[in-house]
Ligand binder design. Structure first.
Ligand code: WTA
Length: 680
């Protein structure tokens, strides 16, 4: 493959360049050109009833949808916010993604997942038939342990097949899964278990990430212990996957002592031996909850985003089919972790609903070498590759040589998600990985939106590097100014949505007020995404980033408040303020200002302790890059921290804008003179 280094000109003018869809893709594409996209889009808005009934007709319904499909209120001034879609229809998501494929479509022998372990020698192949059996057995185990429809089940597992078995087993019996990314700390896990009062916890003995062994069961035990101490919540059942069997050397074995409480803990493999492979699904209302997934909130307390059965199934299935232009012989790979929404929607539900074959990867991009992603693409002849800008920037650093060894000719479509992609990374992905043949679908969406809401379609949309382009079917975006006035044409402002699509979140678990306040209060009548955007002269939408107190570190959202509260729990810290600062690989990184208590001295030891503290309280993804000792913070006269000013200090940008409300202007000079140049 020839190396295609981005030319300086290409990078400089990237925003004005347009990349048309490749004709080779247009022949048998679901949406073969831009006019077809526009026609279908119009239909989805003007006649949603017919549009979504067509989609629904591909699925199995115990009680088919009938009557009015959508019922909703987006306007707080008119009453409670709610969204209902196909209410009264009955179905089961697990049945639709498994039984329907195996029984009705005869896909029992088709590969659902090529599982690729952390070590390149470790892999397995899971067919739809096998997946169905394992899920039924797991579902029977949960039922036997007393887990019922509506109960919440916490899942704290790495990227192993059992994670998919566990989530689909919950879906089968109507239990609500709450998956917690296995990189979160015991405290974060505990907080999530408590918030939704989980009846059971599913975890594993441990996992390797690269060379590093992580003792998940120990973290799970600590979390369960905390649940007891903090709120007298006793998790009655902890099911443990024996994942490390045969993967440990003697040194590891000595380190890994799995504590065992026979009243609570049970090994999954022992339960599976006796479980039946037949399991009648629980027939669920379209509007019953399917799962909860926590996402960071600006108060620091995570928000339990609730998705419901039918809307989520239909929307993830349809976006998967169109956005990745899915065809039966494709091999699709999303490098996301199922612990995040991308993995829920585009590793489990969307691909399986289409009967697709996917790669599921346990490892990291740089182990055992920096060409691991490209090696996997070659190994499985991946056609559709979906990853994050942070991974692209990381791998770009290692140069094109790590890529040239591998045959990437199987690739047809590339995708990105998680944060805005800078044009340099976009062009490298397009030129070097896609060899100028593969469109890049830059998909904008959120945990809250359930599926892609702004995205190109690969054979239809002319691309502009860094733009998420246009809305998906059924989605109506708008740009508002600070006064809430809708802006037409070329404009920059708040990204909002004017009406629901099937997979928009329905509530925040146990806190509907917070749902209304966070997303619907600022501009009555609109769902407010929390991102800024710009619409260019051609109508393309460009996401400009978060406009609230959120940090986007390597595509993971964190709130400034949760990092601040982790810092202030250190005995030497009086006050802390956290902002983001651009980072070459992570996109944004964390810059902290800390004020120490009287008499405490700022030392290297304190810096290290604070970093450790944040890691332990939230997880390694939240580790601060910079910690500055601050004698004071820029505040308004009413005492509000002026984060805008701190952000400029962290970035060393002298243009502070309007600082007339600043109580003590001197502090800004002091902070500038003492800023951290190098990462802590
Ligand atoms: C950001 C991830 C620009 C955005 C699916 C959003 C993006 C937040 C893009 C949601 C994109 C996601 N371009 N920004 N293509 N995709 N974002 O909930 O700020 O983890 O609000 O969902 O990520 O993050 P979340």
């Amino acid at each position: 493959m020839p190396s295609q280094v981005n030319s300086a000109c290409e990078v400089a003018c990237a925003e004005d360049l347009t990349y048309p869809p490749p004709p080779s893709l247009q022949g048998d594409a679901h949406v073969p050109d831009f006019n077809t996209y526009k026609d279908l889009y119009r239909k989805s808005i003007q006649n949603p009833q017919e549009f979504w009934m067509d989609v629904a007709s591909e699925f199995y319904w115990k009680t088919p949808p009938s009557g009015k499909l959508f019922d909703y209120n987006f306007d707080l001034t008119k009453g409670k916010i709610f969204v209902e879609f196909m209410k009264g229809a009955k179905t089961n998501v697990c049945y639709n993604v498994l039984d329907r494929n195996v029984m009705e479509k005869n896909l029992g022998d088709k590969t659902a997942f090529f599982w690729e372990g952390n070590a390149p020698t470790d892999s397995s192949v899971i067919s739809y038939g096998h997946l169905l059996k394992e899920v039924c057995k797991f579902a029977n185990i949960l039922r036997k342990l007393g887990v019922k429809k509506g109960d919440r089940v916490a899942i704290y597992l790495p990227m192993i097949p059992e994670l998919v078995y566990a989530m689909l087993a919950c879906a089968r019996i109507g239990a609500i899964h709450s998956i917690v990314f296995a990189g979160f700390s015991s405290e974060s896990l505990c907080e999530r278990i408590l918030d939704s009062q989980c009846a059971a916890l599913i975890t594993a003995d441990g996992v390797f990430r690269g060379e590093k062994l992580i003792n998940l069961k120990q973290i799970a035990d600590e979390a369960m212990e905390r649940c007891k101490e903090k709120a007298q919540l006793v998790v009655k059942n902890c099911i443990v996957v024996k994942h490390l069997n045969g993967r440990l050397n003697n040194q590891h074995k000595a380190k890994l002592q799995t504590a065992w409480n026979p009243d609570v803990d049970s090994w999954l493999d022992e339960l599976m031996v006796e479980a039946s492979e037949e399991c009648e699904p629980e027939w669920m209302d379209a509007e019953d909850p399917l799962f909860i997934l926590y996402t960071s909130g600006s108060t620091g307390k995570p928000k339990g985003v609730v998705h419901t059965v039918a809307g989520y199934l239909l929307y993830t299935a349809l976006t998967f089919k169109y956005v990745f232009d899915y065809h039966d012989d494709d091999v699709y790979w999303s490098t996301a972790d199922i612990g995040w929404i991308t993995g829920h929607s585009y590793i489990t539900y969307g691909p399986l609903a289409n009967g697709a074959t996917s790669v599921m990867f346990e490892g990291i991009p740089t182990y055992p070498h920096v060409g691991r992603f490209w090696e996997i693409i070659e190994k499985y002849k991946v056609t559709t590759f979906y990853t994050a800008p942070t991974a692209i920037r990381l791998l770009m650093k290692y140069g094109d040589q790590a890529i040239q060894k591998y045959d990437l000719n199987s690739l047809k479509i590339l995708g990105t998600v998680g944060e805005p992609i800078n044009s340099e990374a976009w062009l490298w992905y397009y030129n070097v990985i896609g060899n100028r043949r593969c469109p890049i679908v830059d998909t904008f969406w959120q945990t809250e939106t359930g599926g892609h809401v702004l995205t190109p379609l690969p054979a239809a949309t002319p691309l502009k590097p860094g733009s998420a382009t246009f809305p998906f079917f059924g989605v109506v975006p708008a740009v508002l100014n600070e006064q809430g006035v809708e802006l037409e044409g070329e404009a920059e402002g708040y990204l909002v949505f004017k009406q629901p699509w099937p997979s928009i979140m329905r509530t925040l678990y146990g806190n509907h007020d917070r749902y209304e306040n966070t997303y619907f209060n600022k501009f009555p009548g609109f769902y407010v995404a929390g991102d800024g955007c710009r619409r260019d002269k051609d109508g393309y939408i460009w996401i400009t980033g978060r406009i609230d107190d959120m940090l986007n570190v390597s595509g993971h959202l964190l709130s400034t408040a949760e990092v601040e509260s982790a810092l202030t729990e250190h005995p030497a810290v009086a006050e802390a303020a956290v902002v983001s600062r651009p980072h070459q690989v992570k996109g944004e990184c964390i810059y902290c200002f800390v004020i120490l208590k009287d008499g405490k001295k700022f030392t290297e030891l304190i810096t290290q302790e604070l970093k450790k503290q944040v890691r332990e309280k939230i997880g390694p993804i939240a580790t601060p890059d910079f910690i500055q000792n601050a004698p004071g913070l820029p505040k308004t006269r009413s005492g509000k921290i002026m984060r805008r000013v701190l952000r400029q200090i962290a970035r060393n940008e002298k243009d502070l804008g309007d600082v007339s409300t600043l109580a003590d202007p001197n502090i800004v000079e002091v902070l500038f003179s003492q800023r951290c140049e190098a990462a802590a």
